[in-house]
Ligand binder design. Structure first.
Ligand code: PLP
Length: 378
């Protein structure tokens, strides 16, 4: 993959070398962290070491961290587990821009789902939420769960989670915050965010695919998604994926917020090099430094992704292409984009290994293809 420019870190970020080393070391011997012998105890130490490091980064108690096989499992467990057990919530409020790991799980939860709109800038509409919850009667309507992510995977727009959580709590609700795209890119403080449940995943910042965590307020019960053994204090059955968890632990050692802060200048450089008719979604709103979502008239998402790929640039049309088919981004539609605008979006996401010449390389490729395919046709 020499000479290629990888700008799809929000899909999966390349594995960091230190993480790979830690995983290889953990894979050296087959170990089960639930075994009582010395090998098992050594594996358990790796798991508990990773738990302590992740808990520290999140300012959460250790016992709050439940390891899962990634963000999707953590989101599903949070949503379905709060309906099926614990407070048995009777209604879900889901932001219009949630990842499918939350929104599709909500559709299958068997309780009414209300979509919370976002502003044209792509942030949760707090006035709508405040108004709706002012007439919510938890006594008769039962407890509810509000699902709002910390940073959007397509636009990077940072959501007002603490404010939303205050409104939800006042009305007798619980809050699930999907922080999958925020971890290691923003400070994520479970102790002050106001969420009852928080979800993270390792592979968006250079950790392994297939490991994440659900972080739960101590004492808050929920119905486990996976049943079987007593791992994770009976909250997630299944033999621990020790190597992946050790990789997440190593990621906690090496990932730093500075890796991402430096990307803001690169993102701004790309924005400045786009033609004036291009739209940058969420521009002006607080956003992740690594993410840029643009639309250009007449340059369809799938055409852009293919043209960039042929120009040796990996970018994506957003999470909506997870099935392999590109459809107009529901996130952009929720922000008020027309079908044509939402169908001509490209997401660029940078990461820990993005070099300083990335903007120049991207702009040279993109502007050439835009000129050739879209502008000439207009
Ligand atoms: N939540 C968000 C915001 C995401 O961006 C993703 C991945 O794209 C997920 C959840 C799912 O995480 P995972 O790929 O670890 O299952």
């Amino acid at each position: 993959m020499a000479d290629r420019l990888y700008l799809d870190h929000n899909a999966t970020s390349p594995l960091r070398p230190q993480v790979r080393e830690a995983m290889l070391a953990a894979m050296d011997a087959p170990r089960n962290a639930s075994s009582v012998h010395a090998e098992g105890r050594a594996a358990k130490r790796l798991v508990e070491d990773a738990r302590a490091k992740l808990a520290e980064i999140l300012s959460a108690p250790r016992e709050s961290v439940v390891f899962t096989a990634g963000g999707t499992e953590a989101d599903n467990t949070g949503v379905l587990g709060m309906v099926g057990g614990g407070p048995k919530v009777r209604r879900l409020f889901v932001s219009a821009i949630e990842h499918e790991a939350v929104s599709v799980a909500a559709e299958h939860a068997g309780v009414p789902v209300e979509i919370v709109p976002v502003t044209p800038q792509g942030a949760l509409d707090l006035s709508w939420l405040g108004e709706r919850l002012s007439s919510y009667d938890a006594e008769t309507d039962g407890p509810f769960l509000l699902c709002v992510m910390l940073a959007n995977n397509e636009t990077g727009v940072i959501q007002p989670v603490a404010e939303a959580a205050r409104l939800a709590r006042r009305a007798g609700g619980y809050v699930l915050c999907d922080a999958v795209q925020a971890l290691f890119k923003l400070p994520v403080d479970f102790s002050t965010l106001g969420a009852d449940l928080l979800t993270v995943s390792a592979h968006k910042a250079g950790g392994p695919v297939g490991v994440g965590a659900l972080v739960v307020t101590p004492g808050l019960a929920f119905e486990p998604l996976l049943r079987g053994g007593g791992q994770e204090e009976y909250r997630r059955a299944g033999t621990h994926n020790v190597a992946a968890i050790a990789g997440l632990g190593a990621l906690c050692d090496v990932a730093s917020l500075d890796d991402y802060a430096r990307l803001e200048a690169l993102r701004d450089e790309i924005e400045a090099g786009l033609p004036p008719e291009a739209t940058v979604w969420g521009r002006g709103a607080p956003r992740l430094a690594n993410t840029l979502c643009l639309s250009a008239p007449g340059f369809r998402s799938e055409t852009q992704v293919m043209a960039m790929d042929l120009s040796r640039v990996a970018a994506s049309a957003g999470s909506a292409c997870s099935s392999g088919k590109v459809r107009p981004s529901p996130v952009l539609r929720a922000m008020g984009a027309s079908e044509a605008e939402a169908g001509s979006a490209l997401r660029i996401s940078m990461g820990w290994d993005t070099a300083d010449d990335a903007p120049a390389r991207f702009l040279a490729a993109w502007n050439k293809e835009y000129e050739r395919i879209a502008r000439r046709a207009a």
